[in-house]
Write a protein of this length. Sequence first.
Length: 407
Amino acid sequence: MLNKALLQRRLLAWYRRHQRDLPWRRTRDPYAIWVSEIMLQQTQVATAIPYYERFLRRFPHVRALARAPMERVLKSWEGLGYYSRARNLRRAAQIVLAEHGGRLPEEPEALRKLPGIGRYTAGAISSIAFDRDEPVLDGNVIRVLCRVFLIRANPKSARTQKRLWKLAEELLPAGHASFFNQALMDLGATICMPSHPHCDRCPLRQAPIRCRGKACLAPTSMPAEAVPHGRGAACCALAVPRGPIGSPGGLCRAFAKGMQEKLPLRVARKAIPHYDVAVGIIRKGGKILIDRRKPEGLLGGLWEFPGGKKQGGESLEECLVREVREELGVRVRVLRPLARVRHAYSHFRVTLHPFDCGWVSGRPRAIACAEWRWVAPRQLGRFAFPAANRRILACIGAVPEMRGKRI
DNA sequence: AATCCGGGGTA
DNA sequence: TACCCAGGATT
Protein backbone atom coordinates (compact mmCIF):
# COMPACT_ATOMS: atom_id res chain seq x y z
CA MET A 1 0.00 0.00 0.00
CA LEU A 2 1.11 3.50 -0.79
CA ASN A 3 1.30 6.03 1.99
CA LYS A 4 -2.03 5.31 3.62
CA ALA A 5 -1.88 7.88 6.39
CA LEU A 6 -0.94 10.60 3.91
CA LEU A 7 -3.78 9.65 1.58
CA GLN A 8 -6.26 9.78 4.46
CA ARG A 9 -5.02 13.17 5.63
CA ARG A 10 -5.05 14.66 2.16
CA LEU A 11 -8.50 13.42 1.35
CA LEU A 12 -10.06 14.52 4.63
CA ALA A 13 -8.37 17.94 4.42
CA TRP A 14 -9.62 18.37 0.86
CA TYR A 15 -13.12 17.31 1.87
CA ARG A 16 -13.30 19.86 4.67
CA ARG A 17 -12.70 22.60 2.14
CA HIS A 18 -14.43 21.31 -0.96
CA GLN A 19 -17.33 19.10 0.06
CA ARG A 20 -20.58 19.59 -1.84
CA ASP A 21 -23.46 21.20 -0.02
CA LEU A 22 -26.16 18.54 -0.38
CA PRO A 23 -29.56 18.46 1.36
CA TRP A 24 -28.95 15.06 2.97
CA ARG A 25 -25.74 16.39 4.46
CA ARG A 26 -27.72 18.90 6.48
CA THR A 27 -29.39 16.20 8.53
CA ARG A 28 -28.40 13.40 10.86
CA ASP A 29 -31.76 11.67 10.55
CA PRO A 30 -31.00 8.08 9.50
CA TYR A 31 -34.35 7.86 7.70
CA ALA A 32 -33.56 10.91 5.56
CA ILE A 33 -30.09 9.57 4.77
CA TRP A 34 -31.62 6.23 3.89
CA VAL A 35 -34.08 7.86 1.48
CA SER A 36 -31.24 9.78 -0.16
CA GLU A 37 -29.15 6.65 -0.61
CA ILE A 38 -31.99 4.79 -2.29
CA MET A 39 -32.68 7.70 -4.63
CA LEU A 40 -29.00 7.99 -5.48
CA GLN A 41 -28.73 4.40 -6.69
CA GLN A 42 -27.82 4.75 -10.37
CA THR A 43 -29.10 8.30 -10.26
CA GLN A 44 -27.13 11.51 -10.42
CA VAL A 45 -27.11 13.88 -7.49
CA ALA A 46 -28.67 16.79 -9.36
CA THR A 47 -31.54 14.60 -10.55
CA ALA A 48 -32.26 13.24 -7.09
CA ILE A 49 -32.29 16.52 -5.15
CA PRO A 50 -35.80 17.80 -6.02
CA TYR A 51 -37.25 14.31 -5.55
CA TYR A 52 -35.55 14.04 -2.17
CA GLU A 53 -36.91 17.37 -0.92
CA ARG A 54 -40.45 16.59 -2.00
CA PHE A 55 -40.36 13.00 -0.75
CA LEU A 56 -39.30 14.06 2.75
CA ARG A 57 -42.02 16.68 2.88
CA ARG A 58 -44.63 14.10 1.96
CA PHE A 59 -43.21 11.25 4.03
CA PRO A 60 -41.18 12.88 6.83
CA HIS A 61 -40.55 9.72 8.84
CA VAL A 62 -40.66 5.93 8.68
CA ARG A 63 -44.22 5.70 9.92
CA ALA A 64 -45.56 8.13 7.34
CA LEU A 65 -43.95 6.14 4.55
CA ALA A 66 -45.00 2.77 5.92
CA ARG A 67 -48.62 3.84 6.11
CA ALA A 68 -48.78 5.72 2.80
CA PRO A 69 -50.68 4.18 -0.11
CA MET A 70 -48.40 2.76 -2.77
CA GLU A 71 -50.06 4.99 -5.36
CA ARG A 72 -48.90 8.08 -3.57
CA VAL A 73 -45.36 6.81 -3.16
CA LEU A 74 -45.16 5.93 -6.86
CA LYS A 75 -46.50 9.36 -7.79
CA SER A 76 -43.67 10.88 -5.76
CA TRP A 77 -41.21 8.67 -7.61
CA GLU A 78 -42.66 9.42 -11.05
CA GLY A 79 -39.87 10.14 -13.53
CA LEU A 80 -37.04 9.00 -11.27
CA GLY A 81 -36.93 5.48 -12.71
CA TYR A 82 -36.19 2.08 -11.21
CA TYR A 83 -39.61 2.02 -9.62
CA SER A 84 -38.88 -1.15 -7.66
CA ARG A 85 -36.81 1.16 -5.45
CA ALA A 86 -40.01 2.90 -4.36
CA ARG A 87 -41.78 -0.39 -3.71
CA ASN A 88 -38.84 -1.76 -1.75
CA LEU A 89 -38.39 1.45 0.24
CA ARG A 90 -42.00 1.44 1.37
CA ARG A 91 -41.95 -2.27 2.17
CA ALA A 92 -38.71 -1.82 4.11
CA ALA A 93 -40.30 1.05 6.06
CA GLN A 94 -43.12 -1.30 7.06
CA ILE A 95 -40.57 -3.86 8.24
CA VAL A 96 -38.61 -1.23 10.17
CA LEU A 97 -41.82 -0.04 11.82
CA ALA A 98 -42.99 -3.54 12.72
CA GLU A 99 -39.70 -5.18 13.68
CA HIS A 100 -37.38 -2.36 14.75
CA GLY A 101 -39.81 0.03 16.40
CA GLY A 102 -39.48 2.51 13.54
CA ARG A 103 -35.72 2.94 13.89
CA LEU A 104 -33.21 1.76 11.33
CA PRO A 105 -30.70 -0.80 12.58
CA GLU A 106 -27.08 0.39 12.67
CA GLU A 107 -25.25 -2.75 11.56
CA PRO A 108 -24.73 -3.43 7.85
CA GLU A 109 -25.79 -7.06 8.28
CA ALA A 110 -29.17 -6.01 9.67
CA LEU A 111 -29.60 -3.23 7.11
CA ARG A 112 -28.94 -5.64 4.26
CA LYS A 113 -31.89 -7.76 5.29
CA LEU A 114 -34.17 -4.90 4.23
CA PRO A 115 -35.41 -4.92 0.63
CA GLY A 116 -33.56 -2.46 -1.58
CA ILE A 117 -30.47 -2.32 0.62
CA GLY A 118 -27.39 -4.06 -0.74
CA ARG A 119 -23.77 -3.95 0.27
CA TYR A 120 -23.14 -0.39 -0.86
CA THR A 121 -26.24 1.15 0.72
CA ALA A 122 -25.76 -0.76 3.97
CA GLY A 123 -22.22 0.58 4.25
CA ALA A 124 -23.31 4.09 3.35
CA ILE A 125 -26.12 4.25 5.92
CA SER A 126 -24.06 2.59 8.62
CA SER A 127 -21.11 4.94 8.16
CA ILE A 128 -22.89 8.20 7.34
CA ALA A 129 -25.91 7.95 9.62
CA PHE A 130 -24.36 5.98 12.50
CA ASP A 131 -20.65 6.84 12.29
CA ARG A 132 -19.59 3.24 12.08
CA ASP A 133 -16.36 2.27 10.37
CA GLU A 134 -17.87 0.60 7.33
CA PRO A 135 -16.60 0.92 3.75
CA VAL A 136 -18.57 1.83 0.63
CA LEU A 137 -17.88 0.96 -2.99
CA ASP A 138 -19.86 2.76 -5.67
CA GLY A 139 -19.03 3.90 -9.18
CA ASN A 140 -17.08 6.91 -7.88
CA VAL A 141 -15.03 4.93 -5.39
CA ILE A 142 -14.30 2.23 -7.97
CA ARG A 143 -12.94 4.86 -10.33
CA VAL A 144 -10.80 6.59 -7.71
CA LEU A 145 -9.34 3.32 -6.41
CA CYS A 146 -8.66 1.89 -9.87
CA ARG A 147 -6.70 5.03 -10.67
CA VAL A 148 -4.88 5.55 -7.37
CA PHE A 149 -3.82 1.89 -7.23
CA LEU A 150 -3.46 1.40 -10.99
CA ILE A 151 -5.90 -1.47 -11.15
CA ARG A 152 -6.08 -2.54 -14.77
CA ALA A 153 -8.35 -5.55 -14.35
CA ASN A 154 -12.03 -5.53 -15.22
CA PRO A 155 -13.60 -3.68 -12.27
CA LYS A 156 -16.84 -5.62 -12.64
CA SER A 157 -15.32 -9.06 -12.24
CA ALA A 158 -15.95 -10.73 -8.92
CA ARG A 159 -12.25 -11.00 -8.27
CA THR A 160 -11.62 -7.28 -8.74
CA GLN A 161 -14.74 -6.34 -6.81
CA LYS A 162 -13.42 -8.33 -3.88
CA ARG A 163 -10.08 -6.59 -4.14
CA LEU A 164 -11.72 -3.14 -4.33
CA TRP A 165 -13.94 -3.76 -1.30
CA LYS A 166 -10.87 -4.87 0.64
CA LEU A 167 -9.03 -1.69 -0.36
CA ALA A 168 -12.02 0.49 0.57
CA GLU A 169 -12.05 -1.16 3.97
CA GLU A 170 -8.32 -1.00 4.61
CA LEU A 171 -8.16 2.65 3.71
CA LEU A 172 -10.73 3.75 6.30
CA PRO A 173 -9.27 6.05 8.97
CA ALA A 174 -10.64 4.76 12.28
CA GLY A 175 -13.49 6.94 13.51
CA HIS A 176 -13.78 8.95 10.28
CA ALA A 177 -15.49 6.57 7.87
CA SER A 178 -18.41 8.93 7.28
CA PHE A 179 -16.32 11.82 6.00
CA PHE A 180 -13.79 9.55 4.32
CA ASN A 181 -16.41 7.65 2.33
CA GLN A 182 -18.11 10.85 1.28
CA ALA A 183 -14.75 12.38 0.43
CA LEU A 184 -13.97 9.47 -1.91
CA MET A 185 -17.34 9.90 -3.59
CA ASP A 186 -17.02 13.67 -3.88
CA LEU A 187 -13.55 13.32 -5.31
CA GLY A 188 -14.89 10.91 -7.91
CA ALA A 189 -17.81 13.19 -8.73
CA THR A 190 -16.03 16.54 -8.92
CA ILE A 191 -12.32 15.86 -9.61
CA CYS A 192 -11.67 12.27 -10.57
CA MET A 193 -14.35 12.18 -13.26
CA PRO A 194 -14.76 9.48 -15.91
CA SER A 195 -13.29 11.61 -18.69
CA HIS A 196 -11.11 14.71 -18.44
CA PRO A 197 -10.42 14.39 -14.70
CA HIS A 198 -9.17 17.56 -13.03
CA CYS A 199 -5.88 16.12 -11.88
CA ASP A 200 -4.44 19.61 -11.50
CA ARG A 201 -6.82 20.13 -8.56
CA CYS A 202 -6.52 16.65 -7.09
CA PRO A 203 -5.35 16.41 -3.49
CA LEU A 204 -3.78 13.03 -4.25
CA ARG A 205 -1.70 14.15 -7.18
CA GLN A 206 1.33 15.23 -5.31
CA ALA A 207 2.40 16.57 -1.98
CA PRO A 208 2.03 20.30 -1.58
CA ILE A 209 5.53 21.62 -1.17
CA ARG A 210 6.76 24.45 0.98
CA CYS A 211 7.91 27.52 -0.76
CA ARG A 212 11.29 29.01 0.11
CA GLY A 213 9.93 32.53 0.32
CA LYS A 214 11.06 34.65 3.23
CA ALA A 215 7.46 35.72 3.96
CA CYS A 216 6.33 32.18 4.56
CA LEU A 217 5.83 31.51 8.23
CA ALA A 218 4.95 27.86 7.95
CA PRO A 219 7.04 25.88 10.39
CA THR A 220 8.63 22.86 8.82
CA SER A 221 7.09 20.68 11.49
CA MET A 222 3.55 21.61 10.51
CA PRO A 223 1.76 19.25 8.10
CA ALA A 224 1.23 21.13 4.88
CA GLU A 225 -2.49 20.36 4.89
CA ALA A 226 -2.99 22.05 8.24
CA VAL A 227 -1.32 25.30 7.28
CA PRO A 228 -3.63 28.26 6.71
CA HIS A 229 -3.24 29.90 3.34
CA GLY A 230 -2.64 33.59 3.07
CA ARG A 231 -0.27 36.44 2.54
CA GLY A 232 2.18 36.88 5.33
CA ALA A 233 1.10 33.63 6.85
CA ALA A 234 1.85 30.22 5.51
CA CYS A 235 1.68 31.02 1.84
CA CYS A 236 2.91 27.65 0.71
CA ALA A 237 0.08 25.54 2.04
CA LEU A 238 -1.53 25.11 -1.32
CA ALA A 239 1.48 25.80 -3.49
CA VAL A 240 1.48 24.26 -6.91
CA PRO A 241 3.58 21.14 -6.80
CA ARG A 242 6.78 21.19 -8.79
CA GLY A 243 8.97 18.45 -10.08
CA PRO A 244 8.29 15.68 -12.54
CA ILE A 245 4.96 13.96 -12.61
CA GLY A 246 4.96 10.96 -10.36
CA SER A 247 7.79 12.16 -8.24
CA PRO A 248 7.80 11.15 -4.59
CA GLY A 249 4.69 12.47 -2.87
CA GLY A 250 2.31 11.67 -5.73
CA LEU A 251 -0.38 9.33 -4.46
CA CYS A 252 -2.01 8.37 -7.74
CA ARG A 253 -0.26 5.64 -9.68
CA ALA A 254 -2.44 6.14 -12.76
CA PHE A 255 -1.56 9.83 -12.92
CA ALA A 256 2.11 8.99 -12.54
CA LYS A 257 1.81 6.84 -15.67
CA GLY A 258 -0.54 9.18 -17.53
CA MET A 259 -3.18 6.45 -17.54
CA GLN A 260 -5.93 8.17 -15.56
CA GLU A 261 -8.24 8.43 -18.57
CA LYS A 262 -7.86 4.75 -19.43
CA LEU A 263 -8.99 3.54 -16.01
CA PRO A 264 -11.14 1.96 -14.82
CA LEU A 265 -11.13 -0.50 -17.69
CA ARG A 266 -14.27 -0.26 -19.79
CA VAL A 267 -15.78 -3.47 -21.00
CA ALA A 268 -17.67 -3.38 -24.28
CA ARG A 269 -21.37 -3.78 -23.81
CA LYS A 270 -23.74 -5.72 -25.96
CA ALA A 271 -25.77 -4.05 -28.67
CA ILE A 272 -29.15 -3.05 -27.30
CA PRO A 273 -32.38 -3.81 -29.16
CA HIS A 274 -34.88 -1.31 -30.45
CA TYR A 275 -38.66 -1.67 -30.38
CA ASP A 276 -41.51 0.18 -32.02
CA VAL A 277 -44.44 0.51 -29.65
CA ALA A 278 -47.94 1.57 -30.68
CA VAL A 279 -50.05 3.25 -27.99
CA GLY A 280 -53.66 4.31 -28.14
CA ILE A 281 -55.27 7.49 -26.89
CA ILE A 282 -58.67 5.80 -26.74
CA ARG A 283 -61.49 8.30 -26.38
CA LYS A 284 -65.08 7.71 -25.43
CA GLY A 285 -67.49 10.34 -24.21
CA GLY A 286 -64.74 12.86 -23.46
CA LYS A 287 -62.71 10.38 -21.41
CA ILE A 288 -59.50 8.50 -22.11
CA LEU A 289 -58.77 4.86 -21.30
CA ILE A 290 -55.65 4.13 -19.27
CA ASP A 291 -54.47 0.96 -17.55
CA ARG A 292 -52.12 0.17 -14.71
CA ARG A 293 -49.24 -2.25 -15.21
CA LYS A 294 -48.94 -5.30 -13.04
CA PRO A 295 -47.14 -4.56 -9.76
CA GLU A 296 -43.91 -6.40 -10.58
CA GLY A 297 -41.51 -6.15 -13.48
CA LEU A 298 -40.74 -3.31 -15.84
CA LEU A 299 -42.42 -0.08 -14.73
CA GLY A 300 -44.45 -2.14 -12.26
CA GLY A 301 -47.52 -0.43 -10.83
CA LEU A 302 -47.36 2.59 -13.12
CA TRP A 303 -50.19 3.79 -15.33
CA GLU A 304 -49.91 3.93 -19.11
CA PHE A 305 -51.83 4.21 -22.34
CA PRO A 306 -52.80 0.82 -23.74
CA GLY A 307 -50.55 -0.58 -26.47
CA GLY A 308 -47.48 -2.68 -27.01
CA LYS A 309 -44.55 -3.80 -29.12
CA LYS A 310 -44.94 -4.14 -32.85
CA GLN A 311 -44.23 -7.59 -34.24
CA GLY A 312 -42.60 -8.30 -37.56
CA GLY A 313 -45.05 -8.32 -40.45
CA GLU A 314 -47.74 -6.13 -38.94
CA SER A 315 -48.38 -2.43 -39.26
CA LEU A 316 -48.44 -0.09 -36.28
CA GLU A 317 -52.21 0.21 -36.64
CA GLU A 318 -52.67 -3.58 -36.68
CA CYS A 319 -50.36 -3.86 -33.70
CA LEU A 320 -52.39 -1.34 -31.73
CA VAL A 321 -55.72 -3.02 -32.44
CA ARG A 322 -54.25 -6.39 -31.42
CA GLU A 323 -52.58 -5.09 -28.25
CA VAL A 324 -55.67 -3.29 -26.98
CA ARG A 325 -57.76 -6.40 -27.60
CA GLU A 326 -55.23 -8.65 -25.80
CA GLU A 327 -54.69 -6.25 -22.92
CA LEU A 328 -58.24 -5.08 -22.23
CA GLY A 329 -60.60 -6.99 -24.50
CA VAL A 330 -61.66 -3.76 -26.19
CA ARG A 331 -62.11 -3.15 -29.94
CA VAL A 332 -60.90 0.20 -31.19
CA ARG A 333 -60.65 2.10 -34.45
CA VAL A 334 -57.30 3.78 -35.17
CA LEU A 335 -57.97 7.35 -36.32
CA ARG A 336 -54.70 9.24 -36.77
CA PRO A 337 -51.05 9.28 -35.69
CA LEU A 338 -50.18 11.97 -33.13
CA ALA A 339 -46.41 12.04 -32.73
CA ARG A 340 -43.29 9.97 -32.37
CA VAL A 341 -41.59 9.73 -29.01
CA ARG A 342 -38.15 8.20 -28.79
CA HIS A 343 -37.01 6.94 -25.43
CA ALA A 344 -33.91 5.14 -24.16
CA TYR A 345 -33.95 2.63 -21.33
CA SER A 346 -30.82 1.12 -19.89
CA HIS A 347 -31.09 -2.11 -21.86
CA PHE A 348 -33.25 -1.26 -24.89
CA ARG A 349 -34.69 1.64 -26.84
CA VAL A 350 -38.20 2.30 -27.95
CA THR A 351 -40.03 4.58 -30.31
CA LEU A 352 -43.54 5.21 -29.09
CA HIS A 353 -46.18 5.83 -31.75
CA PRO A 354 -49.27 7.34 -30.12
CA PHE A 355 -52.51 7.23 -32.14
CA ASP A 356 -55.85 8.86 -31.60
CA CYS A 357 -58.37 6.05 -31.34
CA GLY A 358 -62.11 5.65 -31.09
CA TRP A 359 -63.78 3.08 -28.86
CA VAL A 360 -65.80 0.58 -30.90
CA SER A 361 -67.03 -2.12 -28.56
CA GLY A 362 -66.33 -4.10 -25.41
CA ARG A 363 -66.21 -3.12 -21.75
CA PRO A 364 -62.56 -3.11 -20.62
CA ARG A 365 -61.38 -6.12 -18.62
CA ALA A 366 -58.03 -6.32 -16.82
CA ILE A 367 -56.63 -9.18 -18.91
CA ALA A 368 -52.95 -8.27 -19.20
CA CYS A 369 -52.86 -5.41 -16.71
CA ALA A 370 -53.69 -4.76 -13.06
CA GLU A 371 -56.63 -2.40 -13.59
CA TRP A 372 -58.08 0.13 -16.01
CA ARG A 373 -59.96 3.40 -15.84
CA TRP A 374 -61.75 5.92 -18.04
CA VAL A 375 -60.30 9.28 -17.07
CA ALA A 376 -61.08 12.87 -17.99
CA PRO A 377 -58.02 14.45 -19.65
CA ARG A 378 -57.66 16.99 -16.85
CA GLN A 379 -57.39 14.18 -14.29
CA LEU A 380 -54.53 12.35 -16.04
CA GLY A 381 -51.93 14.33 -14.11
CA ARG A 382 -52.97 12.60 -10.89
CA PHE A 383 -51.64 9.25 -12.04
CA ALA A 384 -48.03 8.08 -12.03
CA PHE A 385 -46.82 7.56 -15.61
CA PRO A 386 -43.38 6.52 -16.90
CA ALA A 387 -41.41 9.38 -18.41
CA ALA A 388 -42.07 8.36 -22.01
CA ASN A 389 -45.83 8.35 -21.34
CA ARG A 390 -45.57 11.77 -19.70
CA ARG A 391 -44.33 13.08 -23.00
CA ILE A 392 -47.41 11.70 -24.71
CA LEU A 393 -49.53 13.41 -22.07
CA ALA A 394 -47.77 16.62 -22.94
CA CYS A 395 -48.40 16.24 -26.66
CA ILE A 396 -52.13 15.78 -26.15
CA GLY A 397 -52.12 18.78 -23.85
CA ALA A 398 -53.59 16.89 -20.94
CA VAL A 399 -51.29 18.10 -18.22
CA PRO A 400 -51.45 21.85 -17.64
CA GLU A 401 -47.98 22.20 -16.15
CA MET A 402 -46.44 20.49 -19.17
CA ARG A 403 -48.25 22.50 -21.82
CA GLY A 404 -45.82 24.17 -24.16
CA LYS A 405 -42.83 22.18 -23.00
CA ARG A 406 -40.55 20.40 -25.37
CA ILE A 407 -41.65 16.97 -26.58
C1' DA B 1 -21.90 -14.68 -13.47
C1' DA B 2 -25.25 -12.66 -16.23
C1' DT B 3 -29.33 -10.24 -16.71
C1' DC B 4 -32.93 -7.13 -15.61
C1' DC B 5 -34.43 -2.62 -14.12
C1' DG B 6 -35.27 4.02 -15.99
C1' DG B 7 -34.12 8.17 -16.70
C1' DG B 8 -31.16 12.00 -17.29
C1' DG B 9 -26.62 14.45 -17.96
C1' DT B 10 -22.68 15.02 -20.80
C1' DA B 11 -19.17 15.46 -24.44
C1' DT C 1 -24.22 8.60 -30.28
C1' DA C 2 -22.07 6.26 -26.16
C1' DC C 3 -20.96 6.39 -21.57
C1' DC C 4 -21.95 7.16 -16.88
C1' DC C 5 -24.50 7.68 -12.58
C1' DA C 6 -23.95 7.34 -4.15
C1' DG C 7 -26.76 -0.46 -7.21
C1' DG C 8 -30.00 -4.29 -5.97
C1' DA C 9 -32.55 -8.41 -6.99
C1' DT C 10 -33.18 -12.38 -9.59
C1' DT C 11 -31.86 -16.38 -12.03
